[in-house]
Design a protein around this ligand. Structure first.
Ligand code: THU
Length: 128
């Protein structure tokens, strides 16, 4: 099963009653382990969390710290792109060459690197 297949397989566990937009994300860590996440919305709308954030939390909980690859999928007209906040969250644990595959249910696919998705990123090493 590809990383994207794994993101697709858990997408329907998303809790998205407000937007109706269910997202699945999968992260492969450098260790080889795969972590998945879905978006979890809230009646207080800004409190919702993205699928990517859920997958990152699972990765950190398991003790992994470096991301090797990311896949995101939703029922969207075009391949779903991580939001700006998630680009920053992913970059904390990913190098610029990490590839992010974005997909929709119709089979459209786009793959970009983190450097393309978040040029000029603020990085942990900038903290000194
Ligand atoms: N969302 C994600 O979970 N990941 C993305 O990459 C894009 C957006 C979620 C947030 C919210 O629950 C819903 O999709 C609509 O924005």
């Amino acid at each position: 099963m590809t990383l994207l297949d794994q993101a697709a397989a858990i997408r329907d566990r998303a809790y998205a009653p407000y937007s109706g937009f269910q997202v699945g994300a999968a992260i492969r860590a450098e260790s080889g382990a795969v972590y998945t996440g879905v978006n979890v919305e809230n009646a207080a709308y800004p409190q919702g969390t993205c699928a990517e954030a859920g997958a990152i939390a699972a990765m950190v909980l398991a003790g992994d710290r470096r991301i090797a690859e990311v896949a995101v999928i939703a029922d969207a007209t075009v391949p779903v792109a991580p939001c700006g906040g998630c680009r920053q969250k992913i970059m904390e644990f990913a190098g610029p060459d990490v590839r992010v595959t974005m997909a929709n249910l119709q089979g459209a696919r786009v793959t970009m690197t983190m450097a393309e998705l978040l040029p000029g990123a603020f990085l942990p090493e900038h903290m000194g």
